[in-house]
Design a protein around this ligand. Sequence first.
Ligand code: BTN
Length: 306
Amino acid sequence: MKSRILKRLKEDNGIISGRQLSDELEISRVSIWKHIQKLQEMGYPIVSTAKGYRLRHCPDLLYPWEFPDRESQIHYHHEVGSTMDVARDLARSGCPHFSVVISEKQKNGRGRLKRPWLSSKGGLYFTVVIRPEIPPVLSPLLNFSAAVAMVQTLNEQHQLNAQVKWPNDILVSGRKLAGILSVMEAEGDLVTYVNIGIGINVNNDPTKKEPNATSLRKELAKSVSRQRLLSGFLKRFEEKSKTETVTGIITEWKQHAATLNRPVRVVTHNEVFEGVAVDVDDSGALIVKDKNDALQKIVCGDCFQS
Ligand code: BTN
């Protein structure tokens, strides 16, 4: 009912009376009033005047009904430990493909290599549950596909030059705007789910604790709609995950890469590679040409431009 009331308020930029809402939605005026109160508590700026109710503006909220095309797949939370944990439990209990767990804040947001991910209010933190029919070895490609979908959405919506940095960072002006973490489970030769978690600094400011990070608000000098960004990303990512081939994903990723053809230093858990990043192969591994012109294939690590 709340989403139906909101829909009517959004359609009618002016004022709509309690009586009209009650007639149209076939519930009592008292029920309408109770729903309006609840919506106000949820953050919708609805004013109530002698003539009726008016939504002052559409706030940037991420409740399921703000995504009408996929409302039943959105799991919204004010605060969780990590959306990765909530998504894992959902995936294990059989939730549908492309379920999305969103949280306004995370107490224990995490990044790659068990690093913490600052998750204060104003950012966008979510995990998408994917159920692709692929062998486990191909699952890292979904990371690449998500990174490309996000970069393309950012560039289209905000005329930015966002880029991807191997393996899974999204940079703007050389600073980290977003990160992607994925977790996969498989049974035998088939993936049962891949959870893709994305954290983007949108209207939050991570720079006090992370000087090399940035946010959309900082880059664009204005607040940005998380709702529009998430909606655009999900549409694009869903389309890509249906249609793209392995080579297609990697080719697109390379077109947006900040890392390629540059001198890099790649730190893995037990080695450091220095050289020029010359390619990313079809498995998603980074190929670095070292000072002896030998090609090193790196599957996992942190890449720094040197
Ligand atoms: C990285 O750059 O190391 C990856 C960061 C991934 C952060 C996101 S925020 C949503 C999801 N929940 C988490 O705990 N982590 C991912």
